[in-house]
Design a protein around this ligand. Structure first.
Ligand code: SF4
Length: 341
């Protein structure tokens, strides 16, 4: 009942153009059957190597790019009828007007604070733009912009300046203020600190956590840095070649990983204790092409535990108990390494 967003079988396939001909057969299966749900008030982290489809999945959920197929159900407060607290909305079938309203409730923070802000607009206009749909008097809008700028650690008089006058970290704060302006309940943060200087990554990450409390937000936090994702997330989904291969609480993911890819990904995270020796599992080869993914379990060419069945059959995505979702034929029998540190 406390599920804000429920995604089932989400796919985004891009046809490849050969010359001028779009080929039906050659498609990039960027997102290829993603199943996940996000509970109200939590942070669901999404991790995986580049090319695993995490960014495409985030954008498809908001329909910023049109998904190929799947089900997306969202608990909308703004579309609730009289006497209702919320309305369960079928996002895939939302007509344009409804989608416009949903987009206020589902916002995104982009990775690159340099290209995501219009350089010709003042900060006040950038942050105030989403408020235009609301019937606010001009003064009220300015007050709201000032409040949002202060909430993200900027000054109200920054509203009169332009994006190029700010550092990367400050620009990302502007992007965050813009995302918060329409009062969203869900925010997809797409690698929000990856493009920033390491020295300010923690500041912006902590700001996001503070804002989650203050503005009552639910986050989908996309990242490739496992330690950052662990720090911010309640639960984590691990993606590999367009699919979620494991999804469980952040604590359990690290203490009881059940998917060999998770184990390999985590063994690459540096451990702070120098006396602790951990077996490093080296991932062999690169991520295979999503145009012709390997048969059966997509991870089998790189998996040290692979058996014949792994090449033949796609593993089912199942709950091992206690909301620990895994897609691996051998999840019950393998004793994988926990991460210490
Ligand atoms: Fe490895 Fe087989 Fe599990 Fe895939 S299904 S992760 S190949 S053991």
């Amino acid at each position: 009942d406390n599920i804000l967003l429920d995604v089932k079988g989400l796919k985004k396939h891009f046809p490849i153009r050969k010359g001028y001909v779009k080929s039906e057969k050659a498609t990039v299966k960027a997102v290829d059957g993603v199943n996940l749900f996000i509970k109200e008030g939590e942070t669901l982290g999404i991790v995986g190597e580049s090319g695993c489809g995490k960014t495409t999945a985030g954008r498809s959920i908001l329909r910023l790019i049109e998904p190929t197929e799947g089900e997306i159900s969202f608990k909308s407060k703004k579309l609730a009828g009289p006497g209702e607290k919320y309305r369960q909305v079928d996002v895939m079938r939302s007509p344009p007007k409804e989608l416009k309203s949903l987009r206020q409730e589902m916002q995104i923070i982009f990775q690159d604070p340099y290209s995501s802000l219009d350089p010709r607009m003042t900060v006040g206009r950038i942050v105030g733009e989403p408020l235009r749909a609301h019937a606010l008097a001009k003064g009220e809008r300015a007050d709201r912009v000032a409040y949002l700028l202060e909430s993200v650690g900027l000054k109200p008089d920054h509203a009169n300046r332009y994006p190029h006058e700010f550092s990367g970290g400050q620009r990302q704060r502007i992007g965050i203020a813009r995302a918060l302006a329409p009062n969203p309940s869900l925010v997809v943060a797409d690698e929000p600190v990856s493009a920033l200087d390491v020295s300010i990554q923690a500041q912006v990450t902590n700001l996001l956590l503070d804002l989650q409390q203050e503005f009552d937000l639910t986050y989908m936090f996309i990242g490739h840095d496992l330690s950052v994702v662990k720090y911010v997330s309640d639960r984590v989904a691990v993606m590999y070649l367009g699919k979620v291969v494991e999804l469980v609480s952040a604590g359990k993911l690290f203490s009881e990983p059940k998917h060999p890819y998770t184990e390999a990904l985590m063994s690459a995270v540096p451990v702070p204790d120098p006396d602790f020796e951990m077996k490093r599992i080296l991932l062999q080869g690169d991520v295979p092409s999503p145009v012709n993914p390997p048969s059966g379990c997509h991870f089998h060419p790189r998996c040290q535990y692979a058996r014949d069945i792994c090449k033949e059959k796609i593993p089912e995505y199942r709950d091992l108990g206690g909301e620990h979702f895994v897609a691996c034929h051998r999840a019950d029998e393998l004793d994988l390494l926990p991460v210490v540190g």
